[in-house]
Ligand binder design. Sequence first.
Ligand SMILES: Nc1ncnc2c1ncn2[C@@H]1O[C@H](COP(=O)(O)OP(=O)(O)O)[C@@H](O)[C@H]1O
Ligand SMILES: [Mg+2]
Length: 296
Amino acid sequence: MAASAREPYVVCQDVFKIYKVADLEVVALRGLDLVVDRGEVLAIVGASGSGKTSLLNILAGYDAPSAGKVTVGRHDLLRMSSKDVEDYRRKEVGFIWQQTSRNLFPYLTALENVALPMMLTSLPSKERRKRSEELIELVGLSHRAGHSPDKLSGGEQQRVAIAVALANHPPLLLADEPTGELDDATASEVLDLFGEVNRELDTTILIVTHDSDIAYKVGRVVLVRDGKTSAEIRRRVSMRRVAGRAERDEPLEEFTLVDGAGRVQIPGQYLDKLKIRERAKVGLDEGRVIISPEDV
Ligand SMILES: Nc1ncnc2c1ncn2[C@@H]1O[C@H](COP(=O)(O)OP(=O)(O)O)[C@@H](O)[C@H]1O
Ligand SMILES: [Mg+2]
């Protein structure tokens, strides 16, 4: 089997994000590593407060990392002028929020919402209209194009939000719990739409989700724990995919991630079971690293 060509597109290395609130410092990301290939669909999961939104905000150019390395294509997100950031936000990324209402302007129709991000570009108005219509068609809402958001269902609003996010052809789409407010059937349709976008436009897509079946719906899932990527679940046969229907035929493999300094996160239930607290014994044994309680 020919190895598929990997082309790293999003690269995060040892990323820290520290928020200062009055005199307190909140460490939201602590040495996070992540590589996403061009055209890949990646799901990000993790408990509330683990740093998922902080990561997405950094990749979206809304917020700067405190330390580390973050590149998206040729953009170095730690070394951008405010003009570069503006340009990056407009051209490189599209963003979809969980709150359907936050994605759209209430007084504009669906079509006008899609045309809005193009206003800041040099695209002639005729072209803008044509492209807006194409995008509304892509998300399957041509028949609803003239409606304002309050006339649309939650699922329809998220479809329009995806069209808005795609307005300026961004190669990267970031979605922070885009299906969080939707029922299962509608959420599944929205995931199908992400799949279509990925196939048709080759858009790289990162989706934060709480869907417990997500590993059966995308090619790769990364777990964020305490501000670090800690584990990864992927198909044995690598595939680029996102779809609403869970595909359970292909076996899943779970990996613990090892960072540049050789650190791994051992699952809490293993530590509990073996009563490993502050220290453990680490040894090498015929191709394996063995971690055992200190008194063994
Ligand atoms: N703007 C902010 N100011 C201060 N602390 C924040 C801010 N945003 C997030 N945090 C804190 O950073 C941590 C990670 O938050 P977040 O990235 O929103 O996690 P998640 O999206 O996984 O729930 C949490 O402890 C949260 O309270
Ligand atoms: Mg969040």
